[in-house]
Design a protein around this ligand. Structure first.
Ligand code: AAT
Length: 292
């Protein structure tokens, strides 16, 4: 209801809740996979919530979408073929589109309702679907990757929900193995990797799995996103065996892209300094997940 405060409480972060003042509920439906809610907030613009978890707000979506797309794509020369897992709002597609070297973008999103809702309420994100390089596949990414041709992608970006509900298997070893197979030698993965404050163990598990699976580099980066639990979100970056990828020092500077199209909306969060800084980790995290 208008004026109501909505509390998000979830087994992923027991004992804490995050509240944002609702001005107006715009949409609330159950899809085949999850409850999809859109509301107008007082201070963060429109908000997309899936199963009670904030996926994005208009105010701070730039931080997450820009970082998850450009951390991997600026780390390799001339990315051409990219796969997005999840990301049905289109925001990550919008960011990938900035890269003129990219020729083909596959996106595999499980829930068509997320796509439809984004087209209706978040046109600044759904604009990503209008790029003719984008090929949409509605389905489970587990299945999609199982059937993906070997070595097809330069980069895979996993923009998926938290590992409860339809994204459960997206943090397990068989899934990472299919990604490693779908990447070319020296290809890169960027995976949403939770909060260092809340999910140190989950991060540790993902890093161990990825160290076994990806024979190139494995690095953890993070960024501030005020409306995600604890206000930060992490990214796990991995490369397959082949040409070395130095994630910390981007080889494909974004400044080149910024100048390329004057009519495009300007980057709001990402730049080369934010890229390198994202890999600086607090002492406790280095110790606990042995990233030294
Ligand atoms: N860019 C917005 C952020 C997201 S959206 C995550 C998307 O992943 C959702 O649209 C969801 O439907 C989709 N998804 C979940 N499981 C699968 C699957 N198995 N296959 C394909 N798509 C899937 C993520 C926000 C992160 C929030 C951090 N707390």
């Amino acid at each position: 209801k208008s004026g109501e405060v909505v509390y998000f409480n979830n087994p992923m972060w027991p004992g804490e809740a995050h509240s944002i003042k609702v001005e107006k509920i715009l949409y609330k439906e159950k899809s085949e996979y999850q409850e999809v809610l859109v509301f107008e907030s007082l201070t963060y613009g429109k908000v997309l919530v899936l199963d009670g978890i904030v996926q994005l707000t208009e105010k701070d979506e730039c931080a997450y979408q820009e970082m998850i797309a450009h951390l991997p794509l600026c780390s390799i020369p001339s990315p051409k073929t990219v796969l997005v897992v999840g990301g049905g709002d289109g925001g990550v597609l919008r960011e990938i589109s900035r890269h003129s070297s990219v020729e083909h973008i596959d996106i595999c999103e499980i829930d068509k309702m997320v796509i439809d809702v984004s087209k209706k309420f978040f046109p600044d994100l759904a604009v990503g679907f209008e790029d003719p390089r984008v090929h949409l596949h509605v389905g489970d990414a587990i299945e999609f990757l199982r059937c993906a041709p070997e070595g097809k992608y330069d980069a895979v970006i996993v923009d998926s929900s938290d590992p409860v509900g339809p994204a459960q298997e997206l943090v397990e070893k068989p899934f990472f193995e299919t990604i490693a197979k779908a990447l070319r030698p020296g290809g890169v993965l960027c995976n949403m990797a939770e909060s260092m404050w809340l999910h140190t163990h989950l991060i540790q598990d993902m890093i161990s799995i990825c160290r076994e699976t990806f024979k190139g580099s494995v690095r953890y980066a993070w960024a501030s996103v005020p409306t995600y639990p604890s206000g930060v979100i992490g990214f796990l970056l991995c490369s397959t065996e082949g040409p070395h990828v130095d994630f910390v020092n981007p080889i494909n500077p974004i400044e080149k892209l910024e100048g390329a199209d004057k009519h495009r909306r300007k980057l709001r969060f990402y730049n080369s300094e934010m890229h390198s800084a994202a890999f600086a980790l607090p002492a406790f995290l280095k110790r606990e997940v042995s990233l030294l």
